[in-house]
Design a binder for this molecule. Structure first.
Ligand SMILES: *[C@@H]1O[C@H](CO)[C@@H](O)[C@H](O)[C@H]1NC(C)=O
Ligand SMILES: *[C@@H]1O[C@H](CO)[C@@H](O)[C@H](O)[C@H]1NC(C)=O
Ligand SMILES: *[C@@H]1O[C@H](CO)[C@@H](O)[C@H](O)[C@H]1NC(C)=O
Ligand SMILES: *[C@@H]1O[C@H](CO)[C@@H](O)[C@H](O)[C@H]1NC(C)=O
Ligand SMILES: *[C@@H]1O[C@H](CO)[C@@H](O)[C@H](O)[C@H]1NC(C)=O
Length: 768
């Protein structure tokens, strides 16, 4: 049984990852550790006090140039430009009595606090903020203003604290989706203490409207994920609010409840009915959002659990693109997918047939009877004939139909009818999603930023190939945004500032969305990166701006779709610094050494050659010469191994020589003598008379440690001696270098397997 399940899972995983998605890079082109991001000045981290940032909410306020954070008993207003700059803070705790009440009700101490779960723009002078208030929800307005930091206002209107019931849940962990539209709050939440009553609410100035209490046809154990206001046309009376959530669906037998992802919508101006559906939505409709891959026997694998949703706004406000990050609900196999939806398909589903069933134990069918007028789900607007000024004028027939038919028959299929991204590797969870639309030389690209449960943000693009009907995933960067592994709980993007704001319980990290220079300074490096933000400008890899945006059109090389460096960069001379770096390595006869060569790009593959005069012969791996991710490992070196080794990388069909290493082989006896009698002169080794030398020129402690680990791996346990040995050989090399100095300034001399980064660029060590 277990075996069968596993085989099935393996096949499924294999099949999903191989058959449906044509190409994908498992390795990012660049992998940057937190330390590296830090040293590159690409990131800043805001850390709040202990436990302040559990279950928190973030709001990007571009007009006031602030990042607002609502935490536990606290609100912060940070500078968008630099979140570590001096900030403003509001402490908003629950009163002593409230906390005591909360404890009396048997709640835990940590829950009995004011978790700020909602912060929204309210009007030009105020934000609306609501907190759980130690299981007694509260809301208040916060006065904000622009200006210099000292004059800037960030103040709680504490004499106008209102009840937050129906606006935020009681429980700090309870899901919530909210949006403000024309001073009214649209929210999906559990409204009660016991978390039984799930509802979509609108709270207006003097009115409220909601889904029916206890109507499981409308909402069945929903988990709210997001919401957005999207206009249908130019008439604001037709504006609709969309909600994204998951809910349980029972099968016909009533058991085996599956989870589906839903998109639901209501008219923003819905007033409910006059006699029926009083203070209830008259326009509520919902349907299923599909994200699946077609299977071999017509059995699709569905990704039904919505983890996050991102609404990518475009100039055309009516047609944003919707991105969903999904996981499977299967206990057998865990995978993630990103699907993209366009509004035409969503609207088509809502304008299509209604679903209908006679009784709850019957199957859903297409409703083929008469649909009353105005069609349920349409708003009281001019576009709909202008016969109704409010939903209160709708006939009972319309309201009764709306009440009994909340579900559409057609589900919404994603663009291309398949995910744009699949992650079936396992091992990590994908938690958050943000998308930026970037204009490149060869078109528009959606750059996805995906947060994981281990502090990583993946930056990727996906390219659809129409002819082959396949999707290529290009993993551009893998950024470790926090020092220690922690789930990412929020990603906000400021397109204007080209920054991401990434939240976790450790704090908030600000990080630039691109740093083109890191791909390298050569045209090929830049082109192979395929980063739509970056292009080669003739001198460096730098930010790409579409023509016309900045005065004159400059010389730009970029090819995101194909990454064809041969075509883009052919004939471009390498500059002096970009020339191939060379180094000298000593090996000891019958011992081993590592010829280190690591391309900066993790997507490149390496081939080694040995020079024979003018010819080059490819090094074939055998039991003495082993290609490792770090370089070429030579075991039991022979005298005849001495020579010049060339390291070439191939990436996307583009070949470049990274390094030439000259290997000199020393006789074992000589080195032994050197180790045991360091004072003794050895005529074979030049200039040994000098005073003892230190170990100064080695790149870093970590690589030294690594070398030791490595030696241990290949069976040398005597570290002391390895170190000693390196030191000796290094001293020798050091002398020799002095001697050779006049010959070529670019020579890099190293001891044994010790490495030097290529002269061209910083090295990026994976996983540090
Ligand atoms: C980072 O910023 C510091 C201080 O502004 C500067 O000294 C340093 O050179 C910068 N590092 C890089 C890699 O730009
Ligand atoms: C914004 O709303 C607050 C709270 O209701 C109110 O006090 C303030 O006057 C409003 N501001 C504007 C400009 O309408
Ligand atoms: C609610 O009040 C705000 C001003 O506070 C106003 O702009 C808005 O139109 C009102 N909404 C409704 C539905 O009356
Ligand atoms: C290297 O090892 C081989 C066999 O293990 C041995 O015959 C040879 O003498 C060794 N060479 C030196 C220089 O020690
Ligand atoms: C290799 O070098 C190390 C360090 O000098 C030495 O301890 C070891 O004995 C050598 N191995 C062989 C096989 O010569």
């Amino acid at each position: 049984m277990a075996w069968g399940v596993w085989t099935f899972t393996l096949c499924l995983v294999f099949w999903i990852s191989s058959a449906t998605q044509s190409t994908k890079s498992v390795y990012p082109r660049l992998r940057l550790s937190h330390k590296e991001l830090w040293e590159l000045n690409r990131t800043w981290v805001f850390q709040a006090g202990e436990g302040r940032l559990q279950q928190y909410t973030m709001l990007l306020d571009e007009t006031q140039e602030r990042l607002i954070i609502g935490g536990k008993d606290v609100l912060y207003s940070l500078n968008l430009e630099r979140i570590t700059a001096p900030h403003k803070r509001i402490v908003w705790s629950s009163s002593q009595e409230q906390v005591e009440d909360c404890l009396m009700q048997g709640r835990e101490k940590p829950e009995c606090a004011n978790y700020i779960k909602l912060v929204q723009h309210y009007n030009s002078t105020h934000l609306l903020a609501c907190g759980t208030g130690a299981f007694s929800p509260v809301c208040a307005y916060i006065r904000v203003s622009r200006g210099a930091e000292q004059e800037r206002e960030f103040r709680l209107e504490s004499d106008h604290i209102e009840s937050g019931r129906g606006r935020v849940p009681f429980h700090p962990n309870s899901p919530l989706a909210s949006t403000v539209y024309r001073g009214e709050l649209f929210v999906g939440l559990y409204t009660d203490y016991w978390e039984n009553d799930a509802a979509l609410y609108r709270l207006g100035n003097h009115s409220f409207i909601r889904t029916e209490v206890g109507d499981r046809q409308q909402l069945n154990e929903p988990k709210f994920v997001g919401s957005a206001v999207i206009p249908d046309n130019d008439d604001p009376a037709d504006d609709k609010v969309y909600y994204f959530f998951t809910e349980r669906v029972a099968d016909v037998e009533g058991g085996n409840k599956a989870v589906y992802t839903r998109v639901a919508r209501v008219c923003a101006n819905d007033q409910g009915g006059q006699r029926m559906l009083v203070n209830r939505w008259s326009s509520f409709l919902k349907t299923r959002l599909i994200c699946s891959v077609a299977g071999p026997n017509g059995i699709d694998t569905h990704f039904d659990e919505l983890e996050d949703v991102f609404v990518l706004r475009k100039k055309d406000e009516k047609n944003p693109e919707i991105f969903g990050l999904f996981s499977t609900t299967s206990a057998v196999f865990k995978g993630y997918a990103v699907c993209m939806y366009n509004m035409d398909d969503i609207r088509a589903a809502f304008n299509g047939p209604f679903a209908h069933r006679e009784r709850t134990d019957h199957h859903w069918k297409v409703y083929d009877g008469k649909v009353p007028y105005p069609r349920p789900g349409s708003c009281a607007s001019k576009i709909n004939g202008g016969h109704f000024s409010s939903s209160k004028e709708y006939s009972d027939e319309v309201l009764r139909f709306a009440r009994s038919h909340p579900l559409m028959f057609q589900a919404v299929q994603p663009v291309h009818r398949r995910p744009i991204l699949l992650d079936t590797e396992g091992g990590r969870k994908l938690t958050q999603l943000a998308v930026d639309r970037v204009e490149a030389e060869d078109g528009h690209y959606n750059v996805l930023f995906i947060g994981t449960d281990n502090s990583v943000v993946l930056k990727m693009i996906t390219i659809y190939n129409k002819e082959a009907d396949t999707v290529e995933e290009v993993l551009l960067e893998e950024l470790q945004v926090f020092k220690v592994p922690v789930p990412i709980t929020e990603i906000l993007i400021s397109t204007k500032r080209q920054q991401l704001y990434v939240g976790s319980e450790l704090g908030v990290t600000q990080i630039r969305v691109h740093q083109c220079g890191l791909y390298g300074s050569a045209c090929a490096d830049c082109c192979l990166a395929r980063d739509p933000y970056c292009a080669w400008d003739g001198f460096t890899c730098s930010r790409y701006y579409p023509a016309g945006l900045y005065t004159k059109r400059r010389f730009r090389r970029q090819d995101v779709r194909h990454g064809n460096a041969v075509q883009q960069c052919n004939g471009l001379q390498l500059s002096e610094e970009q020339s191939i770096s060379e180094k000298l390595v000593y090996g000891v006869e019958n011992n081993s050494t590592l010829l280190e060569c690591r391309p900066r790009s993790l997507q490149a593959s390496v081939t080694w050659y040995i020079e024979h005069g003018l010819d080059m012969e490819e090094v074939k791996s055998d039991d003495r010469m082993i290609q490792t991710p770090h370089g070429l490992l030579l075991l039991r070196i022979m005298k005849s191994d001495a020579g010049v080794y060339v390291c070439q990388s191939t990436e996307h069909g583009f070949i470049q020589t990274l390094l030439r290493v000259t290997l000199e082989v020393l006789e074992e006896g000589k080195v032994e003598a050197l180790l045991h009698k360091p004072e003794e002169e050895d005529s074979d080794l030049p200039h040994r008379a000098a005073p003892p030398c230190s170990f100064p020129s080695l790149p870093s402690t970590s690589s030294k440690l690594w070398y030791k680990d490595f030696m241990q791996l290949i069976g040398y346990s005597n570290f002391q001696r390895v170190e000693q040995y390196c030191e000796k050989v290094w001293c020798v090399a050091d002398r020799k270098r002095k001697k050779l100095k006049g010959m070529t300034p670019k020579w890099r001399l190293t001891a044994g397997g010790e490495q030097r980064a290529r002269a061209r660029a910083p090295r990026h060590t994976p996983g540090q």
